[in-house]
Ligand binder design. Structure first.
Ligand code: COA
Length: 332
């Protein structure tokens, strides 16, 4: 059986930096509050006249391809994780395919929020192991900034979510790369972190209100306390699951890259698992929470900084809306 390996990664974030101080001019909040509760100092927000989820994804993908020593035409299949597609439909996979000039190849969208990239990686891994494809482009990209409510009413989510894109090239290999992936969900908590509209399970007048901006149902709704409580438990569980499945001790993990939900969550996991600082990678301080894009952005940045080397054991873990949670253990 073939294995799959990540042979190239890349990321792209918008130029526009938004600091906590800038947010404090839009809503009642402060650098102190945001830093203490989330660890975030600044984030990137798109210029909606220039950036789209698909074109940011294309930029990240080209970098990943170049690092893998491949051309666009070598990609056989696209798996695209996002909950903020450019259109309600079709999905972003086809738009990325169009950007890259890869008409005809399959493109699949994954809508598992913050766990999306790991779900996408897992799907791609299975396709490669069955021999269906040899080279798959796996992407996580989000534009959250245009969905948030940048007023005091929306401050509990507006200060957290941000924009960016990350991409990985997964290729068939005789040597083990992705060792295992572990996917979970618990839909009982779907409404603890969600955007209701434009959901289809609504009367027409609600789904297409006269005054769309009068409704708050297009905004992210988040019960922060519930999310936090579940996140810390599920992160730990799913990381342990990956380690146990591969009979690997936490000391052997070269780098844990958790979904950048909140620095306090990452620090909690690190402390509970007794991991050293150099074993956990965080960049939420600079980029905020970019949902499905956060893991590939962090992975790409860590690689650029030389923190991921050949043969390293990398653990990815995520938790988010659904709730969903997932992990992946990778031999680089
Ligand atoms: C969102 C989160 C930072 C809020 O922190 P918290 O300590 O739980 O704060 P609470 O929601 O209890 O709110 C405390 C107070 O701060 C206020 N507050 C909320 N957002 C604020 C902001 N941006 N600035 C200032 N005050 C704010 C609340 O209105 C509340 O005021 P009140 O006590 O007068 O009602 C925290 O719950 C959290 O990190 N949750 C996890 C979220 C997450 O990781 N989401 C991503 C999942 S992928």
């Amino acid at each position: 059986m073939k294995y799959s390996r990540i042979t190239g990664i890349g990321h792209h974030v918008p130029e526009n930096i938004v600091t906590n101080e800038q947010l404090s001019t839009m809503m009642e909040t402060s650098d102190e509050w945001i830093t203490e509760r989330t660890g975030i100092k600044q984030r990137r927000w798109v210029d909606p006249t220039k950036d789209t989820v698909a074109n940011m994804a294309a930029k990240a993908s080209r970098i990943a391809l170049q690092r893998a020593g491949l051309k666009e035409q070598d990609v056989e299949f696209i798996v695209f994780a996002t909950i903020t597609p450019d259109y309600f439909f079709p999905g972003s996979g086809v738009l990325l395919q169009r950007e890259l000039g890869l008409e005809g190849i399959g493109a699949l969208d994954i809508r598992n929020a913050c766990s999306g990239f790991i779900y996408a990686l897992s799907v791609a891994d299975q396709f490669i192991k069955t021999g269906m494809y040899k080279t798959i482009l796996v992407v996580g990209a989000e534009i959250q900034s245009t969905a948030i409510d940048p007023t005091t009413r929306g401050r509990n989510t507006a200060v957290i979510f941000a924009d960016g894109a990350g991409a990985a090239i997964l290729q068939a290999s005789d040597r083990q790369g992705i060792l295992s992936t572990h996917l979970h969900a618990d839909g009982r908590f779907a409404e603890e972190l969600y955007v209701r509209d434009p959901g289809s399970s609504r009367p027409r007048e609600e789904r297409q209100p006269e005054q769309i901006l009068d409704t708050t149902h297009y905004k992210v709704v988040m019960n922060g306390n519930q999310v936090f409580k579940h996140a810390v438990v599920r992160f730990m569980e799913v990381i342990t699951e990956a380690l146990t499945c591969n009979n690997i001790s936490k000391e052997s993990v070269s780098l844990l890259i958790p979904h950048q939900a909140n620095l306090r969550i990452s620090q909690f996991i690190q402390e509970k698992m007794n991991l050293r600082d150099d074993q956990v990678y965080n960049n939420i301080m600079h980029f905020g929470n970019t949902t499905a894009a956060s893991i590939p952005i962090a992975m790409s940045e860590a690689w650029e900084k030389g923190k991921i080397r050949e043969n390293d054991l990398i653990c990815l873990a995520a938790f988010g809306s659904g709730f969903t949670w997932a992990s992946a253990l990778i031999r680089w």
